[in-house]
Design a protein around this ligand. Sequence first.
Ligand code: PLP
Length: 331
Amino acid sequence: MILLASNENPLGMPESARRAAAAALQGAGHYPDSNGTALKHALSARLDVPMDWLTLGCGSSEILELAAQVCVQPGEGVVYSRYGFVVYGQAAAHAHARSTVVPARDFGHDLAAMRAAVGEDTRLVFIANPNNPTGTFLEAAALLDFLESLPAGVTVLLDEAYTEYLAPAQRYDSIAWVRRFPHLIVARTFSKAYGLAGMRIGYGVAQPALAARLNARRPRFNVSTPAQAAAVAALGDDAFLARSYQLNHVGRAQLENGLHELRLASIPSAGNFLMVQVGEGRTVHARLLAAGIEVALLDNYGLPQWLRITVGLPEQNAAVLAALRDHAPAR
Ligand SMILES: Cc1ncc(COP(=O)(O)O)c(C=O)c1O
């Protein structure tokens, strides 16, 4: 089966991380380092923030959950965009918060409408940049305006799960914003460009008062010893990251061009996936499965006409394009 459903890295786990995780298994009879000292040390050097600005999570999903647990009391408000990443609504529900889902603009976050939706009782805003499943991207200037416009007491969780895939011209320094805004949490993951989705490890960056609250809420041994070791190795593996970026850059263009030739509409994506309009999503999904290719249905996002295809290896991209060509509904 060709797996293009979960925005994983088609290169799999970096060899450096595999070796580090295997070596760490030797010590797995002991509990992990609850403080994640070695990884925080490496992240602190990489991001130029003190270690007590960091929170490690069982995937960045846990950072999103912790943000809702820490920032929102039951009945208080959480704001996020329609077609925003599925975990935002779940995290809000787990915190018994009131969700305000703001209509999208061209499938992306409408920051003006999101700002207008922030009310007296709003405590948390989720923003994904780029967003999953749409791939839409917000320019740094617009994001900064949004951050500056918010009243104190509203925390922003800026979810940068795909930030390593941004083109050089799109990149921005969100860690500098964390230094400026006491209510900003930047969440990142090792699941995507670093190839460690199955290890379950991500992190949040926030000023120390907020980071301390996130850490206090965190289960004590939430990140395993092999996961910590793998992340340290992956973080230092610049060659793997560069290869992941390049493979995605080329593969995304391959998919975009192929879909264009098939006259299937897709949304320009800044991530490692494309959202494509196929007509009956369920039917095409089943046909692709029958051809040995798994992509993501988007019914649960209210997008039944669309599928999300993760950028794979060149031959996997070619296979999904060929299957779409063979099985394209009559037009
Ligand atoms: C936008 C976004 N944020 C966060 C995540 C969470 O990833 P993980 O929990 O594996 O770090 C994902 C995973 O698909 C995602 O797409």
